[in-house]
Design a protein around this ligand. Sequence first.
Ligand code: MSP
Length: 505
Amino acid sequence: MSRPGFYITTPIYYVNGEPHIGHAYTSIISDIIARFFRLAGREVKFLTGTDEHGQKVQQAAQAAQMSPSDFAAAASMKFRQLSNILNLSNDDFIRTTEPRHFLAVQALWQKLLDSGNIYLGKYQGWYSVRDEAFYYEQELTPEGLAPSGSTVEWVEEPSYFFKLSVWQDQLLDFYSRHPDFIRPTGRYKEVINFVRSGLHDLSVSRTSFDWGIPIPGDEHHVMYVWLDALTNYLTAAGYPDSSGASYQKFWPADLHVIGKDILRFHAVYWPAFLMAAELPLPQSLLVHGWWTNDGQKISKSLGNVIDPVALAEEFGEDALRYFLIRSMNVGQDGDFTRKSFISRVNTDLGDKIGNLVHRTLVFIAKNAQAQIPVIADIKVAENESLLIIARQKAQLWQAHMQNYELYKALEQVIELAEEANAYIDAQAPWKLRKTDVERMCIVLYTLLEAIHLLGVMLQPFTPKLADNILRMLAVDTATDNLAATTLVCGRALPEPEVVFIKYLT
Ligand code: MSP
């Protein structure tokens, strides 16, 4: 039987600079959701990639004295490597310089043109190369900067325009019918206010440089980089072959994960392009906040960029994945300090989870024949307070994951570890060993079941750590999933190993 699809995307990353913590954050959120839905039985397509055209990349290539295409290829490779280093489970990696993407973008353009949504005019206004965005005079700060703080330049050139203004009512109507389109809700309201304040037509081509996809039939123009970039989500689903199996299965996308800085492009322009092309709209946008470094905005000019590769190499990708998600709800801003990073992973992964697993397994290895304890009646364990709590937490975890509430889901995992540690202390199996071996076996079995659930719940977040935990329980990680219920009594357990080594502060 065919499984329902689930299509999730990261933004595609500009290749003008090195991968940094912000990119890693967006990708890790997406990967955790992708892994969860795979475990839940969906056929997942998880897409990431690189955004390689536009003035910003052309300028960066010039500065590096390289051709834009060589420059983009080299930089794209670094993002591909980052995916491996972070243990991302993406099924595809798109580059906007690929032929399949040219085909999709040009087909979409033709559709917009044929339906009367594009006309030729002249653009006169401000442009920020760093944001790759057009700004109106009234949007600029008193110092004459873009709202993002980037510098702007005056641009006057012939340009094709997309009739964004005519889509205002349809967009508002769509938002009101889809209150879950933008999460968290604060961002949803922000978008509605923006659209209500009135939309201007959008310039969608440029003539002052040539590093982009040519406009079909008018090759002096290249496509505005955001129209090019957003279309990547369609390209990877197989567009323009809309009758193909991939498109049928995966379009519309279930979730675009994005940062708050690129909300307007995804929540306003993208749905308008799709409506105009008579294509179905994505189900949801998950909008995350920004990371600062020791309280400061992260920027190349301040020289305080946090390198996710160096962190993953030093601490392992699981620790990095864990810290970034455990620090705040998706949507809030977070501050990165090395000290809080080390202290958080040591406390949670070391003291709470690692210690729980280790003390339980070492005790079993020494005192309970190094096997999953054999108990006469499994129902007795099922009625232990810890196992009741563990099952409740697993259910809550699942509900939070389905709502993309990763922080809340992870809270359930940590609370379960705390409950399990308290249970060992209260039940004191080392005393039961002398007084009531049958009861000791029940307690140990209960602990192993709680750890089993903990391992399953950790799978999307810290895949290697979770696999190690499940391996210690002699669980077959290749076949075990959310549906797996109980451990097999009497099965031999491997020699216990430390699952998490704490870092020196
Ligand atoms: N190329 C566009 C996206 C096109 S999608 C059709 C782009 N690229 S980007 O490389 O500049 O940024 C990609 C992602 O990184 C965005 O989601 C952005 O929010 C995120 N971050 C960049 N800096 C960040 C932080 N300091 N903190 C958290 N995320 C941030 O925009």
